[in-house]
Write a protein that binds this ligand. Sequence first.
Ligand SMILES: Cc1cc2nc3c(=O)[nH]c(=O)nc-3n(C[C@H](O)[C@H](O)[C@H](O)COP(=O)(O)O)c2cc1C
Length: 190
Amino acid sequence: MQEWSGQLLPEITVRSSAKNFSTEPIEYEKIIALKEAVRLSPSSSNSQPWRVIFVSDTNVLPQVKSCLSDGNQVWNANVPLLVVFTANPEDDATKNGQPLYLFDCGLAARGLMVQAANMGLFVHPMGGWGETALQKALHLPEGVRVVCVIAVGYPQNFNKVGADADLVELPPRKRKASTNVTFDQYFGNN
Ligand SMILES: Cc1cc2nc3c(=O)[nH]c(=O)nc-3n(C[C@H](O)[C@H](O)[C@H](O)COP(=O)(O)O)c2cc1C
């Protein structure tokens, strides 16, 4: 593979699934920006199957956190915002036997994550939660599935002046080699 010495977008490189959240609430304008990032996401036949619930009210948040797995509850203690991606599978197509609502929600979640990173926020996606409990806690209508829960907040010791600088200290990423996951022309070819 050819060596590349360019620079990726900082929103891609600074994002990490960190766990050291502070309790600092997220500004209203930033929550609106996250909602717009979701809303403008592409989807199959423009079906826009996502229904995304932003939970920040301290009267509701503890109940939603109690639906997370035990391990996730530990590091979510300080998290000021949980974003819950939900969808009714019937609101999206199935192509080649594969339901597209999951892919479309994934794209919307990625849009939110990029926007969040751009605004100096931590975002940590989770699959560890109880769906029935979340469906009840969030008053989901019949047939609406929970796809993903994303913790959003500021890192601990966040310094508003140097937001970007604070996010640079990241643990090394564990990733497969590029040649194992991306190919040229044919499957498995580098
Ligand atoms: C769909 C999905 C579910 C995940 N579930 C959890 C989870 O329940 N708890 C957790 O701590 N991290 C969870 N993660 C975070 C991954 O462990 C993390 O993205 C991966 O280790 C790569 O690390 P990075 O995000 O810091 O690059 C999840 C990530 C995704 C995309």
